[in-house]
Design a binder for this molecule. Structure first.
Ligand code: 0PR
Length: 450
């Protein structure tokens, strides 16, 4: 840092040049975040000094956090929202880390995977001595490396970080033609070293929801915790109108039966679901950073909470049991503000706006002879532009078109890795005019390329 500071005028001129280099979301179809609601921004500013890592100093913010958890639990169909247990995090990654950390601790404290029937999977028990129920074994690296977490192949890359961080193996279950996990594949991977299951409600690449009802049954049967990653879908499914995309779907796919998107069951109304992660900073229209992690109640954690609880003698609280220490009260205030201000009605309008964009997007795509790879149940649309004959060539073409859309026309679009396809996230900052302009440019590029 320089010895002498610069004037405010100079400083803000500098800041402007930095912010000019950032996106204003104008041509962004690649992000799962959006422009936050103005009430969220105002609340964030009002509570900029609040740190809920030291709750006694910020009692007001803590009250708001409790209310955000209660409102979210209710949105997630919790039968008794007051008994839900959770807190705000920095987003989906931190929520997933903490959920899996608790799974790991719970696995040890509850005496391993007690619901596992060893007859059904004798091969996978190599080297595991179920009699060695002592803490020294729990902590040895060789033991930990054999613990596993079962998740869909389509799970977000945050789980790769988690595997590394917590020393657990990821067992990836197969997906069906709609990119949803196959429950039988999940179940077949369970063994005595399984610490838990993951389901996704709103997958990053395709916006799909796994068959959570079936995963819930599997979780109950095997007495395993089931964490639902609803980072994106959590603020969508509860507000999805069953009719919003049905007409266009019938036209495109000639299939009027598979268009039910209402009543997607993915959360606490299913008995096997132990925790859910949902991000206000995505479709919750709040500011960055804001995630919410909710457990059904404190008891599902067993003694895991005690394991991560640390004494905090010089703070206003006796213990801290969150992963991070200092936590931004401003994010709590922002989430509280936007949820209270919009209410379910406001979020329903938001989702309806996005689904209207999806309808428009499909109509525009048709004009250039394209259609989505799968029926877009929420506001993520994947579109294959390759021949479907040579996968490598299709990936190359997809990447080339994606890059040209940015270089020639300034459109930010992403590509999927599960299959070669362009991926468009139709967030609230997008307009129908943007979509028409983007598809027009895409059509031109494809003509030039063919
Ligand atoms: N779970 C799911 C299903 C996600 O899609 C994501 C992030 C996460 C967890 C992790 O969330 P955090 O990034 O909040 O920790 N999905 C986006 C992605 O990876 C995050 C994102 C958002 C990236 C906006 C870029 C961007 O501009 O694409």
């Amino acid at each position: 840092m320089d010895e002498k500071g610069i004037s405010e005028e100079e400083l803000f001129a500098e800041l402007c040049s930095f912010s000019d280099a950032d996106t204003n979301f104008k041509k962004v179809f690649s992000s799962m975040c959006t422009i936050p609601h103005p009430v969220a921004v105002a609340a964030q500013q009002q509570f900029s000094l609040s740190n809920i890592g030291d709750p006694g100093l910020f009692r007001g913010t803590c009250e708001m956090e409790a209310e955000v958890i209660r409102m979210s639990a209710s949105m997630l169909n919790h039968p008794d929202p007051k008994s839900a247990f959770g807190h705000l995090t920095s987003g989906g990654t931190e929520s997933n880390i903490e959920a899996v950390l608790h799974m790991k601790n719970r696995f040890f404290s509850s005496g391993f995977n007690s619901g596992f029937n060893s007859d059904s999977d004798s091969d996978s028990n190599s080297g595991f001595n179920s009699d060695s129920n002592s803490n020294s074994d729990f902590n040895s690296n060789s033991f930990q490396s054999r613990l596993n977490l079962i998740l869909p192949k389509t799970a977000h890359f945050s789980f790769e970080k988690i595997a590394n961080l917590l020393g657990i193996e990821l067992k990836k279950a197969e997906i069906d033609s709609n990119f949803r996990v196959i429950p039988e594949s999940m179940e077949s991977l369970i063994n005595e070293n399984t610490i838990g299951l993951i389901g996704i409600a709103g997958s990053t690449e395709f916006g799909e929801c796994d068959p959570i009802e079936e995963l819930s049954e599997i979780a109950v049967k095997h007495k395993l915790p089931l964490h639902i990653d609803a980072a994106f879908g959590g603020f969508i499914y509860p507000f999805l109108d069953s009719c919003s995309n049905s007409d266009i779907h019938s036209n495109i796919h000639g299939d009027a039966h598979s268009n039910h998107r209402s009543n997607v069951r993915f959360a606490f109304d299913l008995p096997g679901v132990t925790s859910v992660s949902v991000d206000p900073h995505k479709m919750g229209l709040s500011v960055i950073p804001a995630g919410i992690l909710i457990f059904r109640d404190e008891s599902v954690l067993g003694s895991s909470l005690d394991k991560i609880k640390v004494k905090t003698p010089y703070l206003t609280s006796k213990y801290q049991s969150t992963l991070t220490g200092t936590r931004p009260g401003s994010s709590v205030a922002a989430a509280y503000a936007v949820m209270k201000h919009l209410g379910a009605e406001g979020y329903r309008k938001n989702v309806s706006y996005c689904m209207d964009l999806v309808n428009h997007f499909q109509k525009e795509l048709e004009k250039i002879g394209l259609k989505p790879c799968i029926f877009p149940r929420i506001n993520i649309v994947a579109v294959s532009i390759g021949s479907g004959i040579n996968e490598t060539a299709d990936y190359e073409k997809t990447e080339k078109i994606r890059a040209q859309l940015l270089e020639k026309y300034g459109w930010n679009v992403s590509a999927t890795k599960t299959i070669p396809a362009l991926r468009f996230v139709l967030m609230p900052h997008v307009t129908k005019e943007d979509i028409s302009a983007l598809i027009f440019d895409l059509g031109k590029l494809l003509q030039e390329t063919d």
